[in-house]
Design a binder for this molecule. Sequence first.
Ligand SMILES: *[C@@H]1O[C@H](CO)[C@@H](O)[C@H](O)[C@H]1NC(C)=O
Ligand SMILES: *[C@@H]1O[C@H](CO)[C@@H](O)[C@H](O)[C@H]1NC(C)=O
Ligand SMILES: *[C@@H]1O[C@H](CO)[C@@H](O)[C@H](O)[C@H]1NC(C)=O
Length: 442
Amino acid sequence: MAYQAMHGYISAITAFVLIGFTQLVLSNSFAPDYVKKHAPIIWLHSEDSLMPSDILGHVSHTTPYDGFKPVRDSPAMDLDNLSSLNRLSKDTFLTAIENVTSMPDWLLGETPDAKGALHNSTACAVVLVEKDSSVTDAFYFYFYSFDEGADITQVVPPLNKILPDAKPGDHFGNHVGDWEHNMIRFKDGVPYGMWFSQHGFGEVCLWEDEACLSMQSDRPVVYSARGSHANYPSAGSHVHDSALIDVADKGRIWDPVSPAWFYSYDPTTDLFVALEPESAPTDWLYFNGGWGDKQYPDDDPRQSTVPYFGLKKYNSGPTGPKFKHLARKGIEPDQKPKGSLLKSAVEFYMSMYGCCLRGINPWVVVISLVLILALVIGLLVFTVKRLIPVVKRRLVNQRAEKDSEGLFSRLKDWISRKKRQPKDQSEFSLRLLDPERPDDEV
Ligand SMILES: *[C@@H]1O[C@H](CO)[C@@H](O)[C@H](O)[C@H]1NC(C)=O
Ligand SMILES: *[C@@H]1O[C@H](CO)[C@@H](O)[C@H](O)[C@H]1NC(C)=O
Ligand SMILES: *[C@@H]1O[C@H](CO)[C@@H](O)[C@H](O)[C@H]1NC(C)=O
């Protein structure tokens, strides 16, 4: 009897463990179908020469730098040991071995075939973040070895007139390594909304919003801007950062998931698990450093600065997928990037331009604004200077009054106490001295 019960018990446990194990294996080794069925389809710009790039190939053409210094005796890195660099320095940048200014071939990536597939590169990583039992965020990360920033033809008028020396082809904001992404939020496997990364931030489209999102057989269409690879839901010109223009068109198709690596990520444990193929490398996802050269210093012959605006020809390479706000509440990242004074000024200028400043030379506007500001500050300083002695005098008077009041009342107290004390004592002593005086009021 006891043996049979025991046996049944063990079988039940075995079955339970087996089912659990099977579920674990299943859920750990496949990306859900909906993640592929609704994966974005990308249109690269017709004139973009900077194509999606093999993630491993990129690493093999770089060597780790601690800031601007090569890490000494560094062995070749690959995607299974990249994160070992985290121990060495907090300022690690995968720096191009060859001279970047001569645009070596590997920076150009691989051109997709007519169907949009790559044959010799993996340039996409899909990272799934399960929010709860019904909501899953699927991040589609796209990798390009080079990002070419805007040139003067991509500056909104009339600000382009401020830079008389700039020529078409002088791009600024370039960098080695370029991580872009879309994120689709699924509720019970049904797409709900989508995020498009664009420079410092991006934009959201809800799935049902046909004015925002267009579809190509169940897949949302994404336009990758020429050079910058910022992602837009529509073709055409798009103004970003108030004054710069991205251009996008239906140039060449890229299907980012052929091929792609699929992972799951758990923000609470900070663990990436390869889902498909199970052999996909995971170590590189933990790398904390930059995926391209650190922004060259101003005295580096490769570097130059846009006058007045301070934009650099070369910026630093970006950090990887882990740093793109994988744990977010909404479809957009929880925090917007910080603005700057210059950015706000440009924003203000451009918002006034349409209504009131059109036709006025921007320099006239800038100089007038500076003059007005100087006048306002001058007036403020003048007023404050005049006011300070008055306020000071008043404060001093008030304090003196308060102090004398305090002294006076303390003096009064003291006097009245003194007055009372001898009187009481004298009465008491008088009584003692006067035994005839009757004990009254008893
Ligand atoms: C395929 O990629 C590797 C690594 O990026 C490169 O060395 C090789 O030349 C490429 N082959 C072809 C046919 O493009
Ligand atoms: C990384 O792996 C590559 C090849 O798999 C190896 O050559 C290299 O020495 C490794 N680097 C480190 C730092 O372990
Ligand atoms: C890099 O290449 C550019 C153009 O090809 C050249 O002008 C420059 O001197 C080179 N710089 C270095 C450090 O080799």
